[in-house]
Design a protein around this ligand. Structure first.
Ligand code: FAD
Length: 391
């Protein structure tokens, strides 16, 4: 199906808003904008993940915190997502000897939730699609757009190029945003991108006799100086384990035997739980993934375009707040829309003014913790404390 083409803004009708990117933030944002009555067109370069056999994302599961929940509540999705999340009331620290020590997040009632990324993304797309004034377009990859005309250029699903109009373009197309490219050509736009020396791989810890292999209501952490592993529970009673380690260390491990040896040395308690054969195989399933921190300012161009989520601010994942901050972007934007009566030039200006400092603070905190963690490798206690601050 082809998206509705609106060549001219119609003064009697609500404005056309294009959400570019149907990841976590774009899918959520579509509902926020649809609720306001805009004609929402969402464009996602991938196929519809609700129909896809394999869904690749930046991680299999992630931690949903209060910030993110607030945004879900606004569009009536909180319960639906929370009911499929697993509460994590505390971190569980695994020492090399296998000793496990729980460290609560705060008061007994406080917790974060482990949620499945693909399911969250699917549910948000379905929620957005339920609005009659929203259309989801899959297989549409933005290549360019024009500030003056509001025309966007897409590579469509059948390889053809399509020009589509929008009054407002909302860039939710992630850390390598194509929408953002246009900003770089603009005077007084600040931008920086930093890759950290660490990469990550994801491994699975299967259930044992139908039960979780380790205690489910925890975020498990194996802190090991310059590297560490974490594990978050899934609804199917597996854990997704993420190993963070400098690329140069990953490069040293090239055979299954070396992978096993590495795990036996640093994570001996995890080896029987993950399984020797699986470990040797899965360690090499995907190459280690890079992590990038992106900072930009301002987040808008005139009354035509605004960036949200990772497109505006990708953060390193040592704070577990990337998606949560992106969800908060949507709620903050919505509040400013009320405040300025949907006058887009005022709204976008205010959004950058309010949001840039907060998002930069989160990016700095995430990077600060990452650097601290690396530079104090000799102080075991300091390191231990730092790991706890991170999660
Ligand atoms: P993305 O999820 O990257 O989505 C962007 C979408 O845009 C994609 O669907 C992509 O296909 C589409 N797209 C890209 N280019 C185009 C184009 N040209 N045209 C059309 N569509 C396009 N955050 C947390 O809050 N808690 C956590 O526990 C957590 N854990 C993490 C663990 C890891 C290992 C990593 C890497 C990140 C983690 N994050 C976490 C951060 C979180 O993944 C991101 O902040 C979040 O995915 C951002 O959502 P987004 O929608 O802005 O971008």
């Amino acid at each position: 199906s082809t998206p509705a083409k609106t060549m001219d803004p119609q003064p009697t009708k609500k404005k056309v808003v294009a959400v570019v990117g149907g990841g976590l933030v774009g899918a959520l944002n579509a509902s926020f904008l649809a609720k306001r009555g805009f004609q929402v067109q969402l464009f996602e370069s991938r196929e519809d993940i609700r129909q896809a056999k394999i869904v690749r994302g930046r991680s299999i599961n992630l931690a949903l915190s209060l910030r993110g929940r607030e945004a879900l509540k606004h569009i009536g999705m909180e319960e639906k997502i929370v009911s499929k999340g697993i509460p994590m009331h505390a971190r569980m620290i695994h020492s090399i000897s296998g000793k496990q020590s729980p460290i609560p997040y705060g008061k007994k009632s406080q917790y974060i939730l482990s949620v499945d990324r693909a399911n969250l993304n699917k549910e948000l797309l379905t929620a957005a699609e339920a609005y009659p004034n929203t259309k989801l377009n899959f297989g549409y990859k933005l290549s360019d757009w024009s500030f003056d005309s509001g025309m966007m250029t897409f590579q469509g699903p059948n390889g053809t190029e399509e020009e589509i109009y929008a009054d407002l373009i909302v860039g939710c197309d992630g850390a390598f945003s194509a929408v953002r490219k246009q900003f770089l050509r603009q005077s007084r736009f600040n931008y920086s991108q930093t890759y950290i020396p660490h990469g990550y791989i994801e491994l699975t810890m299967p259930p044992i006799n139908g039960q979780f292999a380790i205690a489910p209501n925890f975020l498990h952490i194996w802190p090991r100086n310059t590297f560490m592993m974490i594990a978050l529970p899934n609804m199917d009673k597996t854990f997704t384990c993420t190993l963070f380690m400098p690329f140069e260390e990953f490069d040293k491990i090239t055979t299954g035997a070396q992978a096993l040896e590495f795990f036996q040395k640093y994570f001996p308690d995890a080896v029987p739980l993950m399984g020797v054969a699986a470990l040797k195989r899965d360690f090499f399933q995907l190459p280690a993934q890079a992590m990038v921190s992106v900072k930009s300012s301002p987040y808008h161009m005139g009354d035509r375009c605004v960036l949200m989520g990772d497109a505006a601010h990708a953060v390193v994942p040592f704070y577990g707040q990337g998606m949560n901050a992106g969800f908060e972007d949507c709620i903050v934007f919505d509040g400013i829309m009320d405040q300025f009566n949907e006058d887009l030039s005022a709204v976008l200006l205010e959004y950058s003014k309010i949001r840039v400092p907060d998002d930069h603070a989160i990016a700095d905190l995430a990077m600060y913790n990452y650097i601290e963690m690396r530079s104090h490798v000799n102080s075991r206690w300091f390191l231990f404390r730092k790991f706890l601050d991170n999660f």
